[in-house]
Design a protein around this ligand. Structure first.
Ligand SMILES: Cc1cc2nc3c(=O)[nH]c(=O)nc-3n(C[C@H](O)[C@H](O)[C@H](O)COP(=O)(O)OP(=O)(O)OC[C@H]3O[C@@H](n4cnc5c(N)ncnc54)[C@H](O)[C@@H]3O)c2cc1C
Length: 402
């Protein structure tokens, strides 16, 4: 059995010896078709053996392991939209990537739900033929630039980056903040307000051009592998063909945000599976008072609480996948599971970290890495509070925030 420095287990053989079930204790994955179940099991193995063991050091250094992108592409994670996968498979795949690393799951989720889907569903034929082939293989990477330094929660009404039509296209001026992948992405989907009609419109903007300044946001407490950036646009000229035809108002983009919010719900499920995996391993291995701490009643209650939170989140998400397939999936559904899943993930993170004791504050044991990452899930794709207000508006008929 291999051990990390402080003697906590890193080998699944320990779990096999203990004859304990997988964290998906109600068998949500068993609702998949047989081929998808096999595909998910293979993905799980690859992520646990080739991704999870290597990402910790990258997280510490705030670097992205670019060499893993071909591996993710090899397993179809660059083109979920085109694979014919069920919504449940797609979600469980996001959860499995998250179970191995939350930052890489952010990259995979933004790529599929916001970049590839948006270009595929709302883009022009030229945008599709220019970008989709490379995106599907992760040879090209795009990012989604909505949030601004002065506008986060109020972005829909407050968005300030301007787009002004010229004789040959558009000129963009303004700034974006927190944009995931923007330090290295080939292009950004930039949302800008048309000065002529006041509408928010989406543009495909190649990032390597004059007038665009990108600055990495360093010293994050979570999602440290994902490279977030500040972007400043100064008189950036883009051709007419940069305008995304289907994104000429914010309503279409909102459709995308509904799906991406659900993707964060899957992340909340996956991160809690990881928390349970790590907390149980630690509890079985670490001995105090002459026995594994897993033998203590209080520790068993803590493990049960993490497993219960993970199971509740996973089960909610399975219902979302059903709604996405059958129709009737609306923004309040997405907001409810995003808010609830990330709230539970925060509690699970604290419990898992505490089970680690002193060692649990070291990122090498992953529980503190997961604690930091859980904070990001709680805040991005609409904060917990904003998503709660979206649900509140739907269930009372009263808007408390606009
Ligand atoms: C690591 C990371 C990655 C991200 N990636 C991307 C990305 O790729 N692309 C992108 O466009 N954006 C991205 N974001 C931005 C993210 O979506 C915003 O951070 C989020 O929407 C919140 O905006 P804000 O940070 O400006 O907080 P603010 O809007 O300033 O909110 C601050 C606090 O005030 C609360 N608040 C605000 N208004 C209300 C209200 N009416 N009622 C009650 N409470 C309220 C909020 O809930 C929050 O607690 C990312 C953020 C992070 C941290």
């Amino acid at each position: 059995m291999s051990h990390s420095h402080a003697g906590l287990p890193t080998d699944p053989a320990l779990l096999a010896k203990a004859h304990v079930p997988d964290a998906d204790i109600l068998g949500v994955a068993s609702m998949l078709s047989e081929p998808e179940r096999a595909r998910l099991a293979q993905l799980h193995d690859v992520l646990q053996t080739r991704v999870r063991p290597v990402v910790g050091e990258y997280w510490d250094r705030e670097e992205l392991p670019f060499e893993l992108l071909p591996l993710l592409a090899e397993h179809g994670l660059g083109e979920l939209e085109f694979s014919g996968a069920s919504r449940l498979f797609r979600g469980l795949a996001y959860a499995e990537v998250t179970r191995a690393d939350v930052s890489l799951s952010a990259l995979v989720g933004i790529h599929n739900e916001l970049v590839v889907d948006l270009i595929n569903q709302l883009g022009s034929e030229e945008q599709k033929s220019t970008w989709l082939p490379g995106l599907r293989r992760f040879d090209k990477v795009g990012c989604f630039a909505l949030t601004e330094p002065e506008h986060g929660s109020d972005i829909a009404g407050g968005l300030a980056l301007s787009a002004e039509r010229t004789a040959s296209g558009w000129v963009l001026n303004g700034a974006k903040r927190w944009i995931g992948g923007a330090t290295f992405a080939d292009f950004a989907i930039v949302f800008a307000r048309d000065v002529a009609d006041g509408q928010v419109k989406g543009f495909v903007v190649e990032l390597d051009q004059p007038g665009i300044k990108r600055t990495k946001i360093a010293r994050k407490m979570g999602l440290r592998i994902m490279q977030n950036a500040d972007l400043v646009f100064t008189d950036v000229e883009v051709p007419e063909g940069a305008l995304i035809p289907g994104a000429e108002s914010f309503a279409a983009t909102n459709e995308m945000l509904r799906n991406s919010r659900a993707w964060v719900g899957w992340q909340a499920a996956g991160i809690q599976l990881a928390m349970f995996d790590r907390a149980r391993e630690i509890a079985l291995k670490r001995e105090q008072f002459g026995k594994p701490i897993a033998a203590f009643q209080l520790v068993q209650e803590q493990l049960t609480r993490i497993l219960g939170n993970a199971t509740a989140t996973l089960s909610m998400m399975a219902s979302i996948a059903r709604l996405q397939e059958e129709g009737g999936f609306d923004m309040p559904h997405a907001a409810l599971v995003k808010a609830t899943g990330t709230r539970l993930a925060r509690e699970s993170a604290q419990l898992a970290r505490a089970i680690g004791g002193g060692n649990g504050i070291l990122t090498e044991h992953e529980v503190s890495k997961l604690l930091g990452d859980a904070e990001i899930l709680y805040t991005y794709e609409g904060t917990y509070e904003i998503n709660s207000l979206i649900v509140g508006r739907a269930v009372t008929g009263i808007s408390a925030f606009v």
